[in-house]
Design a protein around this ligand. Structure first.
Ligand code: GDP
Ligand code: IMO
Ligand code: MG
Length: 422
């Protein structure tokens, strides 16, 4: 068997959590391969809403194995809060969740460094989630990181060395901080972490494949936040694209199967950075309100705009997407017309290639289509779709060259419509 990968094609928050939960019954194991608690993946079922940050979204479906892979950065404090909240709501995950020994640990000083670097950037700040993601990946790459497996031997000395390095940097930046309370909580949370099986996840995942078991890899963030191909430097610090699943799990490229690319029927972005189709008018406001576009974790307002097919085509190419999933179609229900950006006009010239720099000077070229003016959220099959909505889907499929196999019409698990049943 192969690993199927589900990943965001926009700037994150596409609805990955919801769809991973929906797809999990088809799989034996669900894994996370990059990112950390900067993610906020929302699931809704049986009238309950859950937000997951480090724990894979397969955790609610009947005892399936869930694995936090080596490419993830883990904050023990936030992980503990997340796991304990699940336990309090009746979901004991201790026998279902496995953690890679090679995942890197987010230290209290990483969070402080995140804030200090942002402060030092002034107006150019990235608008990070403040969870220490960038500094932790920086330490990983510069070979100063601390890994989950270090908990098993020589931890105290390794921690002291890493912390001392951070203190020197923070002193150099003249940044005031106090981590005493956080550090105590962090050290206690490390003990909590040891309740979970700490594994060589690359062996476990490859053995599952050899045994004929199916594995789903759940991306975090989105392609436009990828550290190499996103809107750099306004990106996250990991490879969010499909290739990240190979390095973040230890799976060979030839063992990747389906690549599910997930996108909203419009587009959002949270934090700073360029966003060519952003709407600053009433329409943008309306999308935000109807889509409840506020961060799952930070509560920050998400910026809204029309769908950007230049960026989406780029994302389809980078990830080798084999099937598309369109989310939040219901949010566009009431619009008289809907727009899709099909090209960028730069210095008077039109292009459908995603440029090196999208900071300024980009004028989106739109195609405008009739809206469907029909509520989609109670529909249960494709046969109920209004003609205009079918036309929107066909237009997107044509432009992107990949079939849209799942359409989501509401936040609940049940509000998911499968097209082309396999
Ligand atoms: P993720 O980070 O990709 O998992 O996405 P988030 O959970 O951050 O954001 C997606 C939001 O949209 C969540 O509040 C979901 O409950 C909600 N959602 C998901 N699918 C739909 C949908 O089809 N329609 C509507 N109205 N909301 C949806
Ligand atoms: P999910 O998995 C949306 C954004 C932040 C900021 C930039 C860098 O829920 O889709 P970081 O803390 O990673 O250093 O912040 O990336 N960002 C996200 N935006 N969804 C996410 O995750 C995000 N994770 C990070 O807002 O602009
Ligand atoms: Mg999210």
């Amino acid at each position: 068997m192969k690993v199927d990968v589900l990943l965001g094609l926009q700037w994150g928050d596409e609805g990955k959590g919801k769809v991973v939960d929906v797809l999990t019954p088809k799989y034996d194991a669900v894994t996370r391969f990059q990112g950390g608690p900067n993610a906020g993946h929302t699931l809704e079922f049986e009238g309950q809403k859950y937000v997951l940050r480090s724990i894979p979204s397969g955790i609610f479906q009947g005892g399936k194995m869930n694995i936090i892979g080596n490419g993830v950065v883990l904050d023990p404090v936030l992980f503990r809060q997340e796991a304990e909240a699940l336990a309090a709501s009746g979901h004991d995950i201790t026998r279902q969740l496995y953690i890679s020994k090679k995942a890197h640990l987010i230290m209290p000083t990483h969070r402080v460094l995140d804030a200090a670097y942002e402060a030092a950037k002034g107006d150019a700040k990235v608008g990070t989630t403040g969870k220490g993601i960038g500094p932790t990946y920086t330490d990983k790459v510069s070979r100063n990181g601390l890994r989950v497996g270090d908990l098993l031997s020589g931890f105290d000395e390794k921690y002291a060395i890493a912390k001392r390095k951070h203190e020197v940097i923070l002193r150099g930046l003249g940044y005031e901080y106090d981590i005493a309370a956080l550090e105590q909580e962090w050290l206690e949370a490390l003990d909590y972490l040891k309740r979970f099986p700490l594994i060589d996840s690359e062996y476990v995942v490859n053995e599952l494949l050899r045994e004929g078991k199916s594995v789903l890899a759940e991306g975090a963030q989105g392609t436009m936040l990828d550290v190499d191909f996103g809107s750099y430097p306004f990106v996250t610090s990991s490879n969010t694209i499909c290739a990240g699943a190979c390095s973040g799990l230890g799976v060979a490229p030839r063992n990747i199967g389906e690549v599910y690319g997930i996108f909203k029927a419009y587009c959002t972005r949270v934090g700073a950075g360029p966003f060519p189709t952003e709407l600053f008018d009433e329409t943008g406001e309306r999308l935000c309100e109807l889509g409840h576009e506020f961060g799952a974790v930070t509560g920050r307002r998400r910026r809204c705009g029309w769908i950007d097919l230049v960026a989406l085509k780029y994302a389809v190419m980078l990830n080798g997407v084999t099937q598309l999933i369109m989310m939040k179609s219901d949010v566009l229900d009431g619009f008289d017309t809907v727009k899709a950006c099909v090209a960028y006009k730069i210095n008077g010239e039109e292009t459908d290639r995603f440029p090196f720099d999208i900071t300024e000077g980009i004028e989106p070229v739109y195609v405008e289509m009739p809206g469907w003016k029909t509520p989609l959220s109670k529909m249960t099959s494709e046969s109920e779709f209004p003609e205009e909505f079918n036309a929107y889907i066909s237009f997107l499929e044509e432009e992107l060259g990949v079939p849209i196999k799942i359409v989501s019409v509401g936040p609940d698990r049940e509000q998911t419509i499968l097209r082309y049943e396999d």
